[in-house]
Design a protein around this ligand. Sequence first.
Ligand code: LIP
Length: 270
Amino acid sequence: MSPEFDSNPRFTLARAVILQAGQLAADYFSRFQDLTTETKQNGQDVVSAADREVEDIIRKAILAAFPDDGFLGEEQGMSAGTSGYTWVVDPIDGTSCFVHGLKDWCVSIALMQGETCAFGLIFQPEVDELFTAMAGAGAYLNGQRIQVDENARIDTGLLGLGANFRIPLAEVVCFVDALMQAGGMFIRNGSGALMLAHVACGRLAGYYEPHINSWDCMAALCLIREAGGWTADFPTSGDLMVGGPVIASAPQLRDPLSALVAQSLKGAKE
Ligand code: LIP
């Protein structure tokens, strides 16, 4: 990896912490049937003790080393800092997969410096894949440089799609319709972070989700930018607590994907 990574003390801590957190999560995953699952906003919005425990060890390790940093975690929310740095963390992204014994889940850690993402890490223990990226220093998968697929097309590639009950169902249905009318195809695995990471390494051509939270996507958006991809502004609200739509792709698909999103939102209003 680029030397900037190892000379950054916050990055070297984050890398050690995400591997430790991923191991704890994997231990819980190995006995997922024993987990007590609770629902949050709806029956598909789930959480377990694994999410809470993993976020707890990440938060404690990071704030022990950098006590003046801010920390925003999916399960415990925001603790403001004074250093200008804010950590944005999803302890288990793809919780619905996790509690059903499916391997499409990961740990996601991003560091914001002001309003800019300084670096991001995503770790999927079940396939031993660690994605890392630092602003201006590239994106890597298990230490090997990655880049988006600059030959990807809508009608031959695969698009990741985020679907949930935080937005009108019509926005998802109309996007699927517009995409397939254009000859495209989608996958939805329940982890926005992982699907966005797949864009960064060229497995997926792009990703759209009408509403995603900052802890799900900030690390992965850094990966995509550092892998030569395009990402729409996020969060459009400017508020890490609010979330919003996320659109990202290989650069040649910026306009066609944005047009499909606009078409689907128009259709959803009709
Ligand atoms: C999930 C996101 C996904 C979204 C789901 C959920 P979680 O995060 O990764 O993109 O569609 O509704 O928010 O809850 O598994 O951390």
